[in-house]
Ligand binder design. Structure first.
Ligand SMILES: [Zn+2]
Length: 96
């Protein structure tokens, strides 16, 4: 079996904030890491990404006001949603 290392994110960041449950899809993880590489390449510098929320158990998802079918919810299926912020990017909403 091939081993792939997710370079910029730890289990602690991805696990549920209340119970540390972790059940995340491989595709989600690969997209997360690929997005980070994409940003690094686009801005030609190291762009840090903070995970505000990733895996959530059913209870924690409820507490956060998440939808029942939220892609964060990781008890009944693998989660593939990540709420991200970055201290290295200035956010501006494009004007129409
Ligand atoms: Zn939890």
């Amino acid at each position: 079996m091939l081993q792939a290392k997710i370079e910029n994110f730890s289990e602690t960041e991805i696990a549920c904030k209340c119970c540390s449950k972790i059940n995340v899809s491989d595709k989600g993880l690969i997209c997360l890491q690929a997005f980070r590489y994409y940003l690094n390449n686009k801005f030609k510098k190291n762009i840090r990404l903070n995970i505000e929320s990733a895996c959530r158990c059913i209870n924690h998802n409820k507490e956060e006001g998440g939808e029942k079918l939220s892609r964060h919810e990781c008890e009944t299926k693998k989660s593939d949603a990540f709420d991200l912020t970055s201290p290295d990017i200035d956010y501006k909403i494009r004007k129409p």
